[in-house]
Design a binder for this molecule. Structure first.
Ligand code: CA
Length: 224
């Protein structure tokens, strides 16, 4: 499961380490090094999960939690804290954090918590398919690239939904035809190229990175 994770941590080395480990797990990472930049990024980018250091220059991690929750933001938040006292943990959870990891922590522990929280989000809302900054809602049939709402035709939507349901898997052309256009499709199989081109134009309208890659002679894959 690929997600966009915001890491707010003022220790540059630690932030870099967390970023690399999460990228290795296939996630897209944004890093902020102070409280103001952190809360701005959280509000602007709508990440799927926040890893938030408690002690930050400017606004503390706790204060970021409080402010996000006060505006109804339900993003899962994992607090990083050097404080290992029960009272502080309660303060963190009271402020709206979902979990906390006490420094120094093992990277396996942090990754396990990240997986658990992302899984929970997915279970709560199985209608939402996400890949990096691309979000598709099966029930409202809305698609977002970051904060940009993308208007898709019914077929474009079905094609994108199929790709999003199989991230990083190379999907052969005949399988895409069967799944999106149906077994009885008798038309020109070049229809896939045409629709992939439409989708790319819409998904990359603001010069965003390409997410639908061509695998020559085979088909297509959703990959960064
Ligand atoms: Ca700190």
């Amino acid at each position: 499961m690929s997600a966009h994770i915001l890491v707010v941590e003022d220790e540059i080395q630690l932030a870099k380490f967390i970023e690399l480990e999460l990228k290795y797990e296939g996630h897209q990472i944004t890093v902020a090094h102070d409280g103001m930049a952190g809360i701005a990024a959280a509000r602007e980018l709508h990440p799927d999960l926040l890893i938030l250091d408690w002690m930050l220059p400017g606004i503390s991690g706790i204060e970021i939690c409080r402010r996000l929750r006060a505006t109804g933001d339900k993003v899962p938040i994992i607090l990083l804290t050097a404080k290992d006292e029960v009272g502080d943990r309660v303060t963190g959870l009271d402020a709206g954090a979902d979990d906390y990891v006490v420094k120094p922590f093992s990277v396996e522990e942090l990754l396990a918590r990240v997986r658990a929280h992302l899984r929970r989000t997915q279970e709560i809302n199985p209608d939402i398919l996400t890949f990096t900054d691309l979000h598709l809602n099966r029930s409202t049939r809305e698609v977002y690239r970051g904060q940009r709402l993308i208007e898709l035709t019914a077929t474009e939507f079905d094609l994108l939904e199929y790709l999003l349901a199989h991230p990083r898997q190379v999907l052969p052309r005949d399988r895409i035809l069967e799944q999106v256009w149906g077994y009885d499709f008798m038309g020109d199989s070049n229809i896939i190229e045409v629709y992939i081109r439409y989708l790319r134009l819409k998904l990359e309208a603001n010069n965003e990175s390409r997410l639908i890659q061509t695998v020559r002679g085979v088909g297509y894959v959703l990959r960064e």
